[in-house]
Design a binder for this molecule. Structure first.
Ligand code: ADP
Length: 210
């Protein structure tokens, strides 16, 4: 992000005499406090300055943390989500594994009547496969993780929210959902997309290119 000459000047003044109040900055720059407010808001938002209540502004030693945080909180799920891959709960584990390979994904979402009911991923398949069960005879409904234990996101949440959920819940992929009320008045979730570790990693590669 390119700073304006006035923003550069504010940073110089803060570094020189920190902590510096907004009144002091305004008087040194010969402008009103109101005129300075947008610049101070930008500099604190991107993490270059730290605003301490009743103390003033100080220079942040680690501005890149603020920039990165700013970057990933501004990107919304809807901007980076991909297409979900579904199966029915009656699908046999063997067929679901084949489907997983064909679609080159690690997680399948399970839906019934168009609503999210489960998630099944590589570890679930490995677990049943090493148990010696006939995977042609077991449906995914038996081995999937079920609602309400599924961690979801909504379109308007940020890439940071996704990254936090992935780490907190130790999962690879989340369904992007829209909350709806069904004919019986029950809250349900429609799957509108998918977001995974890969989408978040791509953001970092894009950041470097930009
Ligand atoms: P993998 O099995 O490929 O390592 P995960 O780490 O995402 O993938 O899955 C680990 C476990 O978490 C599996 O039992 C899976 O059913 C479950 N799981 C996967 N995604 C979710 C999710 N969004 N919410 C809740 N549980 C999930």
């Amino acid at each position: 992000m390119k700073l304006t000459p006035r923003q550069e000047e504010i940073i110089r003044l803060v570094k020189e005499g920190q902590p510096v109040t907004s009144e002091a900055l305004a008087s040194k720059l010969g402008v009103t406090r109101a005129a300075l407010r947008p610049d101070l808001a930008i500099l604190t938002m991107i993490g270059i300055l730290d605003a301490r209540p009743k103390v003033g502004y100080i220079y942040s030693e680690n501005p890149s943390r603020g920039l990165l945080y700013d970057y990933i909180t501004n990107i919304k799920v809807k901007d980076i989500m991909g297409k979900p891959v579904f199966v029915d709960e009656e699908t046999m584990v063997y067929d679901a594994i084949v489907y997983l390979f064909l679609n080159d994904v690690g997680t399948l979402f399970v839906q019934s009547d168009g609503y999210l009911i489960g998630v099944v991923s590589r570890k679930d398949f490995l677990k049943i496969a090493i148990g010696g069960t006939d995977i042609h005879k077991v449906p995914v409904g038996i081995i999937m993780t079920r609602m309400p234990n599924i961690i979801c996101v909504q379109r308007e949440e940020s890439a940071y929210d996704v990254a936090r959920k992935i780490i907190e819940h130790e999962i690879d992929s989340l369904p992007v959902v829209e909350k709806v009320v069904d004919d019986e008045g029950k809250e349900q979730y429609k799957i509108v997309g998918k977001i995974s570790k890969t989408n978040i990693t791509k953001l970092f590669v894009k950041l470097e290119n930009e």
